[in-house]
Write a protein that binds this ligand. Structure first.
Ligand code: NAG
Ligand code: NAG
Ligand code: NAG
Length: 483
């Protein structure tokens, strides 16, 4: 029996070694701007991204326009893809934010994990991570992968486990990749991360085999059961080359300064880190690389199909910043993050985007967006300092959009539901439990004119009811729910 076990372990180790990959250096940064052709096509995006890849990057890039770019900030000249992720800021004590220095550009890893790997199809685009996440309701740290099952391998869990924040100290043994799924606090970074922090992001590599993109830019793809490896879920049987972003931020430069790190999307936790990709390899090249770049060294120099350019040339490639964003200082911003994105600590889901300036209008959903499900959103941030505080949170229903063809009557139902949030002694959320719903009030409105689109924003929360607001060991949340 014992010997069988040993053989299994040995085979597993061998097959792990056999996975080839290459590490594509993008030593240049093609730009830092509020641009995101996937989530905000044709207009400025909510938050600032650090962008690598094609010099043809614009607010409305497609594969075709990226390929027309005359340069790339990455090493392989046949690759005009675009790679982008939120930038990291340091918020000083006075509220001003300063862009943290990105060290050495980006490394875009292409892993050849799994069998029968295919290159990305034409016009392929995808997102990894979720900008609005502010908590991690699964065990911390990860249990050993061999023990993952059930909820551990759900797509939402795998998506959050695909984020890594690696504390760098080159004098010590390196931390494992994807070992920590949140940003360490500044005290910890000041003490331990003398070479900065490395953001890591694994993209899904299981594909439905037909859609190059989807409305949310993620439903056409899924994670394999072990994030980077393992089984693809049913319906996502095509194994793509696995894309992984790495960027290093010089957080240690702020060692003796008062303040805190925050991602450009208003996320100080790291749980809302995410990244975007638009495929832009010259026709057929990526598949050739997948088939031929099987050297285990990971060096692009060891693959004969790549044409390489110097680090200097990578550094020369930048995209033009659009006129409307030219005056925005993304390096130093007074009184908050660029675009005054509010900082949300969670653990509640941070959608929709909030701003620190009261007069700043939230973007209005448009008729072209698919009708979204009524969502929950909590009006104020929680502080995670203690597990014995309970607080009542303000109700802020999410606007919902629907396409209307004719006169309609709609009913808005406010319900009250108790959500128990269990936390460990450090205030880290472990799980939630929801109680029954009580209807608190209803309102109806009839539209008498024909409209093409209606944006519903329930404005008056129901009457406040007195509640016990101190419950030891858990918090009570109140949610608005619109029908
Ligand atoms: C690319 O084009 C821009 C103008 O569109 C130009 O400023 C830049 O020098 C060009 N870069 C290269 C590497 O040719
Ligand atoms: C890979 O392709 C071969 C040949 O088509 C097939 O026999 C094998 O089952 C495939 N493997 C997977 C994991 O799909
Ligand atoms: C910072 O993080 C460390 C490690 O997780 C923790 O021990 C410490 O209490 C935290 N400090 C603050 C001020 O939150």
């Amino acid at each position: 029996m014992r010997r069988n076990v040993a053989i299994v372990v040995c085979l597993a180790a061998l097959s792990g070694v056999a996975d080839a990959f290459w590490r594509l250096p993008c030593r240049g940064r093609s730009g830092v701007a509020r641009m995101d052709p996937l989530m905000a096509s044709g207009k400025p995006s909510d938050h600032v991204h650090a962008v690598h890849g094609s010099g043809g990057f614009t607010m409305s890039s497609t594969e075709a326009t990226l390929k027309k770019g005359n340069c790339t900030s990455c090493a392989v000249t046949q690759d005009k893809s675009a790679y982008w992720a939120p930038a990291l800021y340091f918020m000083h004590e006075n509220g001003d934010t300063e862009l943290v220095n990105e060290v050495g550009g980006m490394l875009a890893y292409y892993f050849l994990n799994g069998e029968n790997i295919t290159a990305f199809p034409e016009n392929f685009r995808m997102i990894a991570g979720d900008s609005f996440m502010r908590h991690f309701p699964w065990p911390i740290p990860d249990p050993p992968k061999s023990e993952w099952s059930g909820d551990d391998i759900s797509q939402p869990a795998l998506r959050q486990k695909a984020l890594g924040f690696n504390c760098l100290n080159y004098n010590l043994d390196p931390e494992p990749s994807l070992g920590r799924h949140f940003m360490p606090n500044k005290t910890f970074m000041d003490e331990h991360c003398t070479d900065g922090i490395r953001f890591e992001l694994m993209f899904p590599s299981c594909w439905n085999g037909k859609d190059a993109d989807s409305n949310d830019h993620r439903s056409h793809i899924a994670y394999p059961s072990l994030v980077m490896d393992g089984e693809c879920p049913e319906g996502f049987d095509t194994r793509l080359v696995s894309l992984f972003f790495e960027t290093i931020w010089d957080t240690y430069a702020f060692k003796d300064k008062q303040g805190d790190f925050v991602l450009a999307n208003g996320d100080p936790t790291g749980y809302g880190y995410h990244g975007d990709f638009i495929y832009g390899w010259e026709n057929g090249y990526l598949q050739r690389a997948v088939d031929q770049c099987t050297d285990l060294s990971g060096r692009v120099e060891d693959c004969p199909v790549f044409d390489l350019q110097s680090e200097y040339d990578q550094g020369q490639c930048t995209f033009p910043v659009p006129e409307e964003l030219k005056d925005e200082d993304v390096y130093l911003h007074k009184g908050g993050l660029p675009n005054n994105i509010a900082i949300e600590y969670g653990p509640a889901y941070a959608s929709p985007v909030k701003y620190t300036t009261p007069g700043h209008a939230a973007p209005t959903p448009t008729a072209t967006q698919p009708a979204s499900k009524p969502g929950f959103s909590l009006g104020s941030s929680l502080d995670l300092a203690s597990s014995s505080i309970s607080s009542m949170l303000k109700l802020a229903p999410t606007p919902t959009t629907s396409l209307i063809q004719d006169v309609i009557t709609e009913e808005i139902v406010y319900v009250d539901q108790e959500i128990l949030l269990y936390m460990d002694t450090k205030g880290v959320p472990l799980e939630t439990e929801s109680g029954s719903q009580t209807t608190m009030s209803t309102a109806t409105s009839t539209l008498t004119r024909v409209a093409s689109a209606v944006v519903t924003t329930p404005t008056n929360p129901p009457m406040k009811r007195d509640r016990h607001s101190h419950i030891h060991g858990h918090r009570r949340h109140r949610f608005g729910h619109t029908h």
